[in-house]
Design a binder for this molecule. Structure first.
Ligand code: SAH
Ligand code: SF4
Ligand code: F3S
Length: 479
């Protein structure tokens, strides 16, 4: 296959994806249509999900669509008729794993030429990825991006009956599709998208290109979804967005933002409300006050800081300084006493000096984070930082990560120790991986708690007295 017409496909375009216009966002309704409903009868599917909660939620939608088409889920790759890899592009190592997976799956395609192999998610939004798939991964049948999951029935139909490859990735800013079916992973905890996209354009980050313009779902849709979840017995929702603090800022005719949404969801009867992720620059007083006033909004906040050095923050395009971040954090801790705060930090951003890194360590000490996801900077093609001069050796970056992690781990332990001898309330997730007489779940402050109990408690919220605090979890007994 040397003469593939690379232009016949709808391929991604990062320059196009960067554009943001004032055009209004359309709300469209998903409809499966009769023709697609029986295509999957007697057939099975498997979805492998990488990346963040946005992808977890998207995979639930893909599963919902496939099941409407008649497919049923399988865990067995050898048996599956459709395999979809929902990919993440955030760092190079995330992508390397997926390339490896795609290579491995080629064997199944050899055994079963009718197998339909699909690549979805953020990697599909990248030009270089799609070019490589076209040229070197002939066994991938369908490539679709984050904006056109609703068109999956068409793609499956084309791949199945016309035996054609389907490559369709939109780089436009995106609409909102409602009425999407979902097969949720959990029976009592649910993801609820409140907005899509990101307009922050942090200079290292690929997400604004892979997820498009910031667009908020309407209050009615979100509240309606949570009401429905309560009716079905759900205990907890996690509101999802790349920057939930910007929720509603795109509404043209109403003044309705994240704090208002929290207050409305408080009234739905859902026991626990969580959210992720927040940008410090958009976190406002209204949100903090809503957290203070709404007992069902959990006292936990993931507030990515990325760096403690002002010059680095500026080059990251983060719109705050070390001091303004700390001031906001203190305000949050004053308004919501006892709140647990975690963060994300990148080390080895291009041009990060030892002095910059020490600023980050200082910020970690001052902020008293109770946990963090820490990363070494990874160059993402198409982002501004990919062109920044970067002369810090890789082993220095790794050393910085190691030192940072040591500090962060002290924070984890300190954050757990403050609950010794106290009663916390745990939403029981399941039995512990190591001992099936032990239950595991998360407290209000998002601490993992293990305690002895009967599996009938799974899915309920129970009081647990904490008897021991470890770095990664708490031990307790039913109170
Ligand atoms: N919208 C969210 C999540 C973004 S991705 C937020 O702003 O917090 C999660 C984390 O991945 C980011 O917070 C950042 O710390 C990290 N990250 C993003 N791009 C990266 C890159 N190019 N290299 C290393 N880490 C990166
Ligand atoms: Fe990426 Fe920044 Fe948007 Fe988060 S806020 S998704 S780090 S661009
Ligand atoms: Fe990865 Fe896309 Fe999420 S790049 S982190 S799956 S938004």
């Amino acid at each position: 296959m040397n003469n593939i017409d690379l232009d016949k496909y709808f391929k991604p375009d990062l320059k196009q994806a960067r554009k943001r216009t004032q055009s209004s966002i359309e709300e469209l309704q998903f409809d499966i249509g009769d023709a697609h409903q029986k295509i999957g009868l007697g057939k099975t599917y498997k979805i492998d999900t990488y990346g963040c909660q946005a992808n977890e939620a998207d995979s639930e939608t893909m599963a919902g669509i496939l099941e409407l088409m008649g497919f049923i889920a399988t865990h067995d790759e050898a048996e599956a008729d459709v395999i979809i890899i929902n990919t993440c592009a955030i760092r190079e190592n995330a992508e390397s794993r997926i390339w490896g997976e795609l290579g491995r799956l080629k064997n199944y395609k050899r055994q079963n030429p009718d197998l339909i192999l699909g690549l979805a998610g953020c990697m599909a939004q990248e030009e270089n990825v799609v070019e490589r798939i076209l040229k070197k991964y002939q066994h991938v049948d369908i490539v679709f991006g984050t904006h056109n999951i609703h068109k999956l029935p068409e793609y499956i139909e084309t791949a199945m009956f016309n035996k054609e490859r389907v490559i369709e990735v939109f780089s436009r800013e995106g609409d909102i599709i409602e009425n999407l079916p979902k097969v949720r992973q959990h029976k009592f905890k649910a993801w609820v998208n409140i907005m899509f996209g990101c307009d922050e354009f942090c200079t290292y980050c690929i997400v604004p290109y892979t997820r498009g313009k910031e667009r908020s779902r309407s209050r009615e849709e979100i509240v309606g979804e949570v009401f429905e979840l309560v009716k079905q017995g759900y205990q907890e929702v996690t509101l999802l967005g790349q920057n939930v603090n910007a929720y509603g800022k795109d509404f043209k005719d109403v003044d309705y933002t994240f704090g208002d949404l929290l207050r409305d969801l408080e009234q739905t009867g859902i026991k626990r409300i969580r959210f992720t992720t927040s940008h410090p620059h958009d976190l406002d007083l209204k949100t903090m006050e809503a957290m203070r006033d709404c007992p069902h909004v959990m006292p936990f906040f993931h507030l990515p800081v990325q760096s403690g050095s002002n010059p680095i923050l500026k080059r990251m395009n983060r719109h705050y300084t070390k001091d303004s971040y700390l001031a906001k954090l203190n305000e949050l801790k004053t308004i919501v006493p006892g709140i647990s705060v975690t963060t994300d930090i990148i080390v080895g951003f291009p041009g990060e000096t030892e002095e910059d890194f020490l600023e980050t360590l200082d910020l970690v000490n001052l902020a008293q984070f109770e946990g963090a996801f820490t990363f070494v900077f990874s160059k993402r093609e198409g982002t501004p930082a990919a062109k920044y001069e970067d002369n810090t050796p890789e082993d220095v970056k790794k050393q910085r990560l190691y030192i940072l992690n040591e500090r962060i781990n002290e924070g984890y332990l300190k954050g757990n120790t403050r609950f010794l001898d106290q009663i916390v309330h745990v939403l029981v997730d399941g039995v512990s991986k190591h001992d099936d007489t032990v239950l595991a779940g998360y407290s209000e402050h998002n601490k993992l708690v293990n305690f002895k109990g009967d599996p009938s408690l799974i899915g309920t919220i129970v009081p647990v007295k904490i008897t021991q605090a470890k770095t990664w979890f708490l031990l307790g007994e039913l109170a």
